[in-house]
Design a protein around this ligand. Structure first.
Ligand code: ARG
Length: 405
């Protein structure tokens, strides 16, 4: 009888590398490693695949999910202008449901009994991995070796040395805990845990500091179709490539650094540093185009739903029914959002300096104050009387004039 199989979300880093052996020893299972490329900058997929085998996995798969991440995860987040606490574009929170999807797929293909992840017990990622698995495969068990083991970095290195586990060469000591993908890069730990300490420059990889940013602004014209960016400066690009290029160009101007105190789902406040140059630029442009294209009531309701949408993604509910229902709403709203946005990248800021759209609701004849004005200003008189009528009745009745006599 062979042992039960567990599919581990494998990053190629120290923790998940030693987790393979630990699960074999402590859970009496075989481990299938599954690494997913979501644009975190893996040079060699084959090398990662082999590394997992060298660490003791019975099988090892790598998935190039860069396009899928863009079209099925970044795209809906962008349509919903999803920013947790109004600031964080959900970098890690977006990749977890995709990784879960592939873990479950591989589990089915290999007849595995469960899936495993390398998250600790203090963060959001454990929730996203496990609740995601509950949704897509309620029958599968989930194992969290790092949480159970309460592993420290030094202990992991000792454990690897004792058992002859090849520690990945890239395990050079970084003072930060990093997670990254095509939508951005996250950094925690080290000096960043002091919320008063300004982030040292060595935290950043995708953005230059504002003082090193070019003295000349750069303009980019982003075209959107049905709420998604389709070209940069007239050059059509698949979404994954467009996001990557936007990220490079905006990062070169220092756009997209975020320093925030974040409310984790598990109740802890944490200090987070993010770099999301492409995401911030695209979100800024998309929001602006919506302002031009969405009818007022729809726009207002959408803004209210966006916070909820971001929160549910942050909280690991990606595969649940509310997300699906809200997606239908976001999709419908975005069917109006086509046009172009001019964005200026300059000294850390992505600023919209122009927008136009055939679907736009801006009407020069109504908006202008010059001689071309077509708005019948006499309508204002009746409008104001009716708009203020409820308050006028209330004030007359109650006499509450806020102390003004
Ligand atoms: N605080 C962010 C989030 O919950 C980033 C998490 C980064 N994950 C990590 N394993 N370093 O989405």
């Amino acid at each position: 009888m062979s042992k039960p199989r567990i599919v581990l979300a494998y990053s190629g880093g120290l923790d998940t590398s030693v987790a393979i052996q630990w699960m074999k020893e402590h859970k009496d299972v075989e481990v299938v490693a599954c690494a997913v490329d979501v644009g975190q900058g893996i040079d060699d997929l084959d090398e990662i695949r082999q590394r997992a085998l060298d660490c003791g996995a019975v099988d090892s798969v790598v998935v190039d999910a860069r396009d899928e991440f863009a079209t099925d995860f970044i795209a809906p987040a962008l349509k919903a202008n999803a920013m947790y606490m109004g600031k964080y574009p959900l970098v890690s929170a977006l990749s977890r449901p995709l990784i879960v999807k592939h873990l479950v797929r591989v589990a089915r293909e290999t007849g595995a009994a469960g899936v495993a992840h390398g998250s600790t017990g203090k963060g959001n990622d454990q929730v996203r991995f496990e609740v995601g698995t509950m949704c897509l495969a309620p029958d599968l068990e989930t194992i969290a070796p790092i949480r159970e083991w309460a592993l420290t970095r030094d202990a992991a290195i000792d454990y690897a040395a004792e058992r002859g586990i090849p520690i990945p060469a890239m395990t050079k000591k970084s003072p930060y805990s990093i997670d990254e993908n095509a939508w951005g890069r996250t950094a925690e730990c080290g000096i960043l845990e002091d919320p008063w300490a300004a982030p040292p420059e060595d935290v950043f990889e995708r953005t230059v500091s504002v003082k090193d940013a070019p003295d000349e602004p750069e303009e980019v014209v982003i075209a959107f179709r049905d709420g998604l960016p389709v070209s940069l400066d007239g050059r059509e690009l698949p979404l994954a490539e467009l996001v990557a290029e936007m990220d490079r160009r905006a990062g070169a101007h220092g756009v997209g650094r975020i320093d925030m105190i974040e409310d984790r789902l598990v109740g802890i406040k944490s200090r987070e540093i993010y770099e999301c140059p492409g995401a911030i630029t695209l979100l800024t442009a998309h929001r602006d185009l919506e302002d031009l294209c969405l009818e007022q009531e729809l726009a207002e309701h959408k803004r209210a739903e966006e916070g909820r949408y971001a929160q549910l993604i942050y909280n690991g509910l990606w595969w649940g029914p509310l997300k699906k229902a809200l997606d239908a709403f976001m999709e419908e709203a975005n069917s109006y959002v086509s046009g172009e946005v001019r964005v200026q990248l300059y000294k850390g800021a992505a600023s919209v300096v122009g927008r136009r759209s055939d679907a736009g609701l801006y009407d020069f004849g109504l908006a202008t104050y010059d001689v071309h004005d077509q708005f019948d200003q006499s309508l204002g008189e009746g409008f104001v009387k009716l708009w203020g009528l409820p308050l006028k009745s209330w004030a007359a009745k109650t006499g509450r004039t806020d102390g003004v006599t």
